[in-house]
Ligand binder design. Structure first.
Ligand code: 5RP
Length: 223
């Protein structure tokens, strides 16, 4: 089993009958959804909501019902991947372009667990390009501002076409290399007109499950 699958399968131990679960997005969550589908077939009773069309389609194809977030009064636990996480359990997300829904779902959750392979656990955030979701209207002007600020933005493209998120927005990936103050940076970027969301997830994860070699390591936020 690879590290992503190890972390994903371990996280299902925190899911109990009757819970409402937020499902993240990405290749690590793929293993989670597959494992969950097996558990649901065996009789686990859960309600799920999703952070992307991609995850919803996968879950439904495996027999897991997805409920709209507005139909749910609270989420007990959200399990999601991450692109980088530091030892304060702050992280970068949005590599798969689902950062906006991921943050909304995480903020509506009583508990958030991230599942990652060992390469994602870093001393300092920033090597992974920081995704920022922006509205398409006038985005070239905002792009120039990001250049002026020295954020080294790159407009995300897939197969030569501008990448569009599930909410119809674009993504700028900021090649910062290092992020010294992730709290300040999240606020600074969020204040720019046209920015919808920043892929900095500060003080959101309660637990990180890291797949390492043939095992898993759990790190919990100190409250
Ligand atoms: C999607 C995300 C993903 O959780 C993140 O990119 C990790 O993906 P993967 O599990 O494929 O490595 O934030 O927006």
């Amino acid at each position: 089993m690879n590290e992503k699958q190890l972390a994903a399968e371990k996280s299902t131990e925190f899911i109990k009958d009757g819970m409402t679960i937020g499902l993240g997005t990405g290749s690590t969550v793929f293993f989670l959804v597959n494992k969950l589908a097996g558990l649901v077939k065996q009789g686990l009773k859960i309600k799920c909501t999703s952070t992307s069309n991609r995850t919803s389609e996968l879950a439904k194809s495996l027999g897991i019902d997805i409920v709209d977030l507005n139909e749910i009064d609270h989420i007990d636990l959200t399990i999601d991947g991450a692109d980088e996480v530091d030892n304060n359990l702050n992280g970068i997300k949005g590599g798969g372009g689902a950062l906006l829904f991921e943050k909304i779902v995480a903020k509506a959750s009583d508990k958030v667990i991230w599942i990652v392979d060992s390469s994602k656990y870093v001393k300092q955030l920033g090597k992974f390009p920081l995704p920022v979701e922006v509205i398409t209207f006038g985005s070239n002007h905002l792009f120039k501002k990001f250049l002026e600020f020295g954020y080294k933005p790159v407009k995300r493209e897939v197969a030569g076409k501008v990448f569009i998120t599930d909410s119809g927005n674009e993504i700028f990936d900021l090649h910062l290399n290092e992020i010294k103050d992730s709290i300040k940076l999240e606020k600074d970027i969020k204040l720019l007109c046209g920015v919808v969301e920043v892929g900095l997830f500060n003080n959101i994860a309660d637990m990180v499950i890291i797949g390492r070699n043939n095992s898993t390591e759990i790190i919990e936020r100190i409250k």
